[in-house]
Design a protein around this ligand. Structure first.
Ligand code: FAD
Length: 450
């Protein structure tokens, strides 16, 4: 059985599909980009429906067990500073009130920082964020295709739900599916590969003796090397294992999922995904065994949770009006049409390892601006694409795919969609200064010129 060959086809009978909702703005996908996109468009007065295949929001942040925000902060001339604000602040406040947010922790000797959160708290906070702004939610709805009005305009999104198949008509569509499903179905140009970032299945353990474990995150690499010298095998180097809010609970980002030929698992291939889910769980059981045997403080640790799905870092990326590249990230690029900033470095998940490349801090300002044009696709007029499937090169995406930049892109997409509705502009015609004015009015930081 292979992932590509379909030797036999069936001709399905034509059918009538009920239009189950008609809205101003339809957002596909409830990850970091989708929740801020939906909330921003609804805040501006649009009727917004957010469609999500799971029964909860958060995207990879919950479904893949990420439990840690990267990219909210940048190393601005040597000072670790929160640079993503706007709706991200609202979400952080809600997480704090739920007791589900850690203080930011420094990484790589203080070059950058990240901020851990509890999975359950993010699900609850994301509900409150979108519903608080008047978004309507359709959960347990798998989008499966589009109906086009003409070659440049989407008429409706087709979904399969527990109540059957339905169509959702909208004026503007925002693809925040992570995999650019909507963009691909509607004919917007995109790239996928030839290389993809390797996926990982995340897990958390509990029962760690925090006092004995200490700053264990600095020592796992050496412990793994020692275990390897005694015959143990690991799927990748550069483990990321850190405590959550509860110091006895640690998250682990250590697995790597590849196909038999060594290539990265493609998150748009159901057969590859199926094999990867099983392999991820196998790697996790093996790794927990290593922790219990070899890591001080982890002797009584137990497997608390394996993420509901394999964590997908990269599949399709649209080729939009502007492509953000590694050079823009490392060169701290500025753009006149900035919609926010990214302070996360290049983080390339290559075969067997993770390679980080940083900007030249403190000499440079430690972040690049994100241009509005990177969320505007070509060809399709009533579509915006935000999040990890926005218009970025393979390595540009390795940086700006993290949560911070996705929050920023999502909020800008929601604002742009709302302006397009209010003034009957196509999304690509919305003037950047108008988007920027509204973003800044809601506390978004667009970066500065120094
Ligand atoms: C293993 C791993 C570790 C990571 N670690 C970190 C980290 O520590 N910090 C950090 O900030 N980032 C991390 N990231 C990256 C980050 O989590 C993602 O890049 C980010 O979540 C992308 O946000 P998004 O909104 O673009 O897409 P996603 O988070 O992928 O959300 C897309 C949403 O769309 C839904 N969806 C997709 N297709 C359909 C469909 N056809 N019908 C209905 N719903 C659909 C999905 O269910 C999902 O909820 C990690 C990623 C992985 C995989």
């Amino acid at each position: 059985m292979t992932s590509t060959s379909a030797r036999r086809h069936l001709l399905e009978p034509a059918r009538q599909t009920p239009v189950i909702a008609e809205v101003d703005v339809l957002v596909l996908g409830g990850g970091p980009a989708g929740i801020t996109a939906a909330a921003a468009a609804a805040r501006a007065g649009c009727r917004v429906l957010l469609v999500e295949r799971y029964g909860f929001l958060g995207g990879m942040g919950t479904a893949a067990g990420v439990t840690n925000f990267c990219g909210l902060h940048a190393n601005v001339h040597g000072e670790l500073t929160q640079v993503v604000h706007g709706l991200a602040d609202d979400l952080l406040d809600r997480l704090r009130q739920l007791g589900g947010l850690n203080e930011p922790h420094a990484l790589f000797g203080g070059k950058i920082c990240a901020q851990a959160y509890d999975n359950a708290a993010l699900k609850v906070a994301a509900d409150a964020l979108v519903l608080g702004h008047g978004v309507k939610l359709l959960l347990h709805a798998q989008a499966v295709g589009v109906q086009m009005r003409d070659t440049a305009n989407i008429d409706a999104l087709l979904v399969e739900t527990r109540s059957g198949r339905g169509a959702i008509a909208a004026q503007v569509f925002i693809d925040a599916s992570g995999d650019a499903d909507l963009a691909a179905w509607s004919g917007a140009p995109f790239e996928k590969g030839p290389e993809l970032m390797y996926p990982s299945t995340m897990f958390r353990v509990n029962g760690v003796d925090a006092a004995r474990a200490g700053d264990a995150w600095n020592h796992f690499g050496a412990l793994m090397a020692e275990a390897e010298s005694k015959g143990r095998r690991f799927a990748r180097r550069t483990p990321i294992i850190r405590p959550q809010k509860n110091p006895a609970e640690w998250r682990a980002n250590v697995t790597q999922l590849s196909n038999a030929d060594g290539s990265a698992v493609d998150g748009t291939d159901a057969w590859q995904l199926s094999a990867a889910e099983v392999d991820g769980r196998r790697q996790i059981v093996d790794f927990v065994g290593f922790l219990r045997e070899c890591a001080p403080g982890f002797e009584n640790a137990y497997l608390l949770e394996i993420a509901p799905q394999v964590g997908i870092r990269e599949t399709r990326r649209i080729v939009g009006e502007f492509v953000l590249t590694e050079d823009h990230v490392l060169g701290c690029a500025s753009f006149d049409d900035s919609i926010g900033v990214n302070g996360w470095p290049i983080e390339a998940h290559v075969q067997g390892d993770v390679v980080f490349r940083f900007t030249d801090v403190p000499q440079c300002r430690g972040y690049n601006q994100l241009p509005l044009r990177m969320i505007v696709p070509r060809v399709v007029d009533n579509l915006l694409v935000a999040g990890r499937c926005a218009s970025m090169s393979h390595l540009g995406q390795s940086a700006a795919r993290v949560s911070g930049a996705c929050f920023a892109m999502g909020e800008a997409a929601g604002v742009t969609a709302a302006l397009s509705r209010a003034y009957a502009w196509r999304p690509r015609q919305v003037p950047a200064p108008e988007v920027q004015r509204l973003l800044e009015a809601h506390g978004v930081w667009l970066g500065s010129d120094d």
